[in-house]
Write a protein that binds this ligand. Structure first.
Ligand code: PBG
Length: 326
């Protein structure tokens, strides 16, 4: 190297932990983390989800405790999924005021009040015996508009139970507008919507099927987005915002960071990302084999998702990550 160069040394800003901390552009905070939780009807003990080591289907009782723990960890929110004892063609339990999710919402809200944002999945796949996110037409296809009527009812029973935000995740056209109108007509003006805006037909949802006992045969390609496409994410964003979404989401997260960046740049409302079951399981499996450093990998994935533009992250590691951040 000549005597003159290098004058410019980017490494100066990497020399000490204090220096790196001071110049870090992306910071994670527990308040940005949202914990997904599963509650299953009719069980006496939590049931481990084998494809998601460390994650369980909760009883109503252990769900309450997990919600309190999440609030104490300073998390931003909870996303509740119900696993009913009985499934049928129209997903009746999803609109039963005494269905497992509605009971769980009441339990959790009575426990944590307004100390953490309580959200619920608004979708039929946990409740249908065919496993699709909607009801089926006579030809076996997923009937968009008949499904919207079911979602409107679901929104109202969930809001009646006291949830703060509903999370429509079925990717039916018009779902945000229909849910907004149903909530307003029922007087739930302050119940918000976290829209699953750009949700892809992804293999990364694999372990979730076990988590909710879904019996899906086939796939969701006729309603969820094609992984090959970016532009339609922005089209979905424009529609969801026009229909009244309070927050929007990109899902999965890590294989879709480019989508997240584009949506974050274009969105007038907060943008969330869902680090889904398969993302969790991949890291857990590699770490269990000693192939990667588990904690560093967890924080690196979350930091990357944040850096790409997510303001909230749904992650199964939320409580643990909050502890690591403290
Ligand atoms: C639909 C829903 C799914 C997930 C969240 N909401 C499954 C799907 O669309 O196939 C996946 C979450 C995960 O994989 O962690 N109710």
């Amino acid at each position: 190297m000549s005597a003159e160069f290098p004058y410019v040394r980017p490494r100066r800003l990497r020399t000490t932990p204090a220096m790196r901390r001071m110049v870090a552009q992306t910071r994670l905070h527990p308040a940005e983390l949202i914990l997904p939780l599963f509650v299953r009807e009719g069980i006496g003990e939590p049931v481990p989800i084998s494809a998601m080591p460390g994650v369980v289907q909760h009883t109503r009782d252990t769900l309450r405790k997990a919600a309190v723990q999440a609030a104490e960890a300073g998390l931003g929110g909870l996303m509740l999924f119900g696993v009913p004892a009985v499934q049928d063609a129209t997903g009746s339990e999803g609109t039963n005021p005494d269905g497992i999710l509605q009971k769980a919402i009441r339990d959790v809200v009575s426990e944590v009040g307004d100390s953490i944002v309580v959200m619920s999945d608004l979708c039929l796949d946990e409740y249908t015996d065919h496993g699709h996110c909607g009801v089926l037409a006579a030809d076996g296809s997923v009937d968009n508009d008949a499904t919207l009527a079911r979602y409107a009812e679901m929104a109202v029973v969930q809001a009646d139970a006291g949830v703060h935000l509903v999370g429509p995740s079925g990717m039916m056209d018009g779902q945000i507008g229909v849910v907004r109108r149903a909530l307003d007509q029922a007087g739930h003006l302050d119940t918000g919507i976290l829209a699953y805006t750009a949700k892809y037909a992804s293999a990364f949802f694999g372990p979730f099927r076990e988590a909710v006992g879904s019996s899906l045969q086939g796939d969701r390609k006729s309603y969820q987005q094609d992984p090959a496409n970016a532009r339609e994410a922005l089209r979905e964003l424009a529609l969801d915002v026009a229909e009244g979404a309070d927050l929007v989401m990109v899902k999965p997260a890590m294989a879709y960071l480019d989508i997240l960046r584009q949506v974050a740049d274009a969105s007038p409302v907060p943008v969330s990302a869902y680090q889904v079951s398969g993302e969790y399981s991949m890291v857990e499996a590699a770490a269990a084999n000693g192939w990667i450093d588990r904690e560093r990998t967890i924080l690196e994935t979350l930091t990357s998702i944040r850096r790409a533009g997510a303001e909230q992250i749904l992650t199964y590691w939320a409580v643990e990550a909050a502890a690591m951040l403290r």
